[in-house]
Ligand binder design. Structure first.
Ligand code: 3PG
Length: 207
């Protein structure tokens, strides 16, 4: 599955920090049930790779890894079953294709140019709300017509629609659909409800 295929599956990619592997499958199922099949499990906890392994068995889920900072993490994520990987920045020497397709983060025009030169067309704008948000993406539209974005970082229920209305945004990422307190409490119904609201957020730009 190509990165554009994955990024156009749903308007929102939940960014997940899972501390307890026992939460992984019910959390993933709750999000998929709400209409968000593409799940980014950040490699920020010791159990993250185990969570990716477990969640990859969820019917309908497309599980990837986030917070991938280097080539080794990319390989480990792919070996655990990640169908895509997301990085907060560009990874030196790593291109779009590899053990799993890479969505790299950019924060400036210079980084975007480096990414385009490395063959990337799809980028995570990160941290979106700090590096210019909607206004930056509007400004990138004309000089970087081939670039498509998944803004992440400070995106939530209040501003996601504004991002998704832009022609160069194909999806957004964010943690708001899986609040830590709801995960801890096992409140999967609340998470499904949040996912359902997020899944209804289209329209979005073509890949
Ligand atoms: C992150 O790195 O945690 C993601 O960018 C999510 O950011 P958010 O918590 O602001 O949605």
């Amino acid at each position: 599955m190509t990165l554009p295929d994955i990024l156009t599956r749903a308007p929102v990619i939940p960014v997940l920090v899972v501390d307890d592997v026992a939460h992984a499958v019910p959390l993933g199922r709750a999000l998929v049930a709400g209409g968000l099949p593409v799940l980014e499990v950040t490699l920020r906890t010791p159990v993250a790779l185990d969570c990716i392994r477990a969640m990859s068995g969820i019917e309908g889920a497309i599980v990837g890894a986030g917070t991938v900072l280097n080539r080794q993490m990319r390989r480990a994520a792919a070996e655990a079953g990640a169908k895509f990987v997301v990085s907060p920045g560009l990874i030196e020497g790593e291109g779009p294709d590899g053990p799993a397709p890479l969505l790299p983060g950019v924060a400036t025009a210079t980084e975007l140019m480096a990414g385009l030169a490395a063959g990337f067309t799809h980028f995570k704008l990160f941290p979106a709300n700090i590096v210019g948000g909607v206004d930056a993406l509007k400004a990138y539209q004309s000089p970087f017509q081939q670039a498509k974005f998944c803004p992440t970082g400070g995106v939530g229920a209040k501003n996601a629609a504004e991002y998704l209305a832009l022609p160069n945004v194909i999806c957004v990422g964010g943690s708001w659909v899986a609040p830590a307190d709801a995960v801890r409490a096992g409140d999967w119904d609340r998470i499904t409800a949040l996912a359902r609201e997020a899944a209804a957020l289209a329209p979005r730009a073509p890949a």
